[in-house]
Design a protein around this ligand. Structure first.
Ligand code: C2E
Ligand code: MG
Ligand code: MG
Ligand code: MG
Length: 275
């Protein structure tokens, strides 16, 4: 049993909750150490520009293989990091890496836009915009090469927090582009598109996975046309088959991302794909 926030009541937990609590606190401890020793790393997943047939961007995805607890997937890691506040440390680590990498590719003659994923908790830091701009400056990365992906969950919370929207606008004015990730999975997607400075829609993988159904085809077609009518760039996530790629190409989707295009890979792996 654990004490609740009030401190006076004892709440009893099932055995499996204890196991989860334990694992979460081990993850938290190991994560602190990993951040300190810079033992996290980054994989980059290419994004294919349909019109040019070239890779014009990559999404940076965190990876962690801890020597004691093994691989911890982002789906397990990120919620714990959000809860404990360590997401801010992960975020600055990823930002730094992404900027450094974009500069390396630029020096090699490739203008590759690097997208990072941000959690709303990072933007509750009043200095978030300032520290992103400082990182661009320090690494020499042009603002135009950085994109920030936010989820609908982020958007839902940001809606009521004007200081978050203000920071997003500041960054947008500097040339950083925002993408709405996992588009279509939450509710209220359309409201956020009005409210937030979003230039890219990333259609969620679940829709792409169901493209064999005619109804889903119509739905995805609608999303792409909607995005285009609003002058947004439309990205499809989770493209796993040639049929999906062909369909998305035919309806005018701008950018494709997914295992069929390329799996996430190391920066060296990406460099070898750039010609
Ligand atoms: P996301 O931002 O929607 O990223 C796409 C996820 O789909 C990645 O999973 C990627 O590896 C996976 N994926 C890409 N193509 C395919 C495909 O064709 N099929 C399938 N089944 N999956 C594909 P990953 O790397 O496990 O990340 C999961 C989620 O964790 C991300 O979803 C993102 O929300 C979050 N995340 C990852 N890295 C970070 C980070 O550095 N910061 C934050 N705040 N969140 C992160
Ligand atoms: Mg993403
Ligand atoms: Mg996504
Ligand atoms: Mg996702």
């Amino acid at each position: 049993s654990v004490r609740n926030a009030g401190g006076d009541r004892i709440v009893s937990l099932s055995k499996s909750s204890h196991v989860t609590l334990n694992r979460n606190s081990i993850i938290e401890k190991r994560l602190l150490l990993a951040l300190d020793q810079k033992n996290l790393h980054v994989l980059y997943q290419p994004q294919l520009d349909v019109k040019t047939g070239k890779f014009t961007g990559v999404e940076a995805l965190v990876r962690w293989d801890d020597e004691e607890i093994g691989v911890v997937s982002p789906d397990e890691l990120i919620p714990i990091a959000e809860e404990t506040g360590l997401i801010n440390n992960i975020g600055s680590f990823m930002l730094e890496k992404a900027c450094e990498q974009a500069v390396l590719w630029k020096k090699a003659g490739h203008n590759i836009k690097v997208s990072i994923n941000s959690s709303v908790r990072e933007f509750r830091d009043k200095n978030m915009a300032k520290s992103i701009l400082a990182t661009l400056e320090r690494t020499g990365c042009p603002a135009s090469l950085l994109q920030i992906e936010i989820t609908e969950k982020f958007a839902l919370e940001a809606e009521a927090e004007t200081s978050i929207i203000k920071q997003m606008r500041t960054l947008e004015n500097e040339g950083i582009v925002f993408a709405l990730d996992d588009f279509g999975t939450g509710y209220g997607s359309f409201r956020y598109m009005q409210l937030l400075p979003i230039s890219i829609l990333k259609i969620d993988q679940t829709f792409i996975r169901s493209l064999k159904f005619e109804k889903t085809q119509q739905l995805v077609n609608g999303m792409v046309q909607l995005g285009k009518s609003m002058n947004l760039t439309v990205v499809a996530e989770g493209v796993e088959t040639e049929e999906q790629k062909d369909f998305l190409t035919n309806i005018g989707c701008d950018i494709l991302q997914g295992y069929f295009i390329s799996k996430p890979s190391s920066s060296n792996g990406i460099s070898s794909l750039l010609v």
